[in-house]
Ligand binder design. Structure first.
Ligand code: 5GP
Length: 191
């Protein structure tokens, strides 16, 4: 998505440790008009794949997942990072190592929200080492449902999570793939 690359070049900041800060449009502040376009782009990519549900992880995957859900007319389920008192009953759970905080959370999804006949599209804001997407794939597997594909708004190709999922046979679509990041320059992947 050319517009995602342009947005990154115009607004993202490069932080130490291979972190891209996109607080002005994707994380803390959400550019709602751009978010609508992201949702429509995702719907174009997976519109023919009979997706029944979108699965993401709190918190920064939620706006993108909701936008894609609106565009595709399907519900969105999000994995919670901690089992809180308002989650009752049986849950699927899997460990996910946080890229930004370094700690590991057992993320949970209530069993009733994913069933074996679901065709799931997994969506997140960033794809780095792949811990978040692998965790969500694991949850879909526990439910006996099908992972149709994964979408990241921004993939950092140099952290290898995306290519390792592709090597396992998953369809992974990213709206922009950053293959190199120095203090002052961002290089995007070309086909
Ligand atoms: P992974 O699990 O693939 O290593 O990392 C993906 C998760 O870490 C995403 O859910 C995202 O919230 C966070 N993340 C990874 N890299 C970045 C980054 O460069 N910037 C921001 N803002 N979040 C990131």
């Amino acid at each position: 998505m050319k517009k995602m690359e342009e947005k990154i070049l115009a607004e993202a900041t490069i932080l130490p440790g291979g972190v891209l800060k996109v607080g002005s449009f994707l994380n803390q502040q959400v550019d709602t008009v751009f978010m609508k376009e992201i949702g429509e782009e995702i719907a174009d990519l997976f519109g023919d794949d009979e997706i029944s549900k979108i699965l993401t992880i709190e918190s920064s995957g939620i706006p993108i997942a909701i936008s894609a859900g609106f565009a595709m007319g399907v519900p969105v389920v999000y994995a919670k990072k901690n089992k809180s008192s308002n989650i009752s009953g049986d849950c699927y759970t899997t460990p996910v190592k946080s890229f930004t905080h370094g700690d590991t959370n057992n993320v949970v999804v209530t069993k009733e929200y994913i069933s074996p006949d679901d065709r799931i599209l997994i969506v997140d804001d960033f794809l780095a080492h792949g811990s978040a997407l692998n965790g969500l794939i694991n949850i879909v597997g526990q439910a006996g449902a099908t992972v149709v594909g994964c979408v990241a708004a921004i993939e950092k190709g140099f952290q290898m999570g995306g290519d390792s999922l592709r090597a396992k046979g998953y369809r992974v679509e990213s709206l922009a793939i950053v293959d190199e990041m120095t203090d002052s320059e961002i290089t995007f992947r070309r086909d």
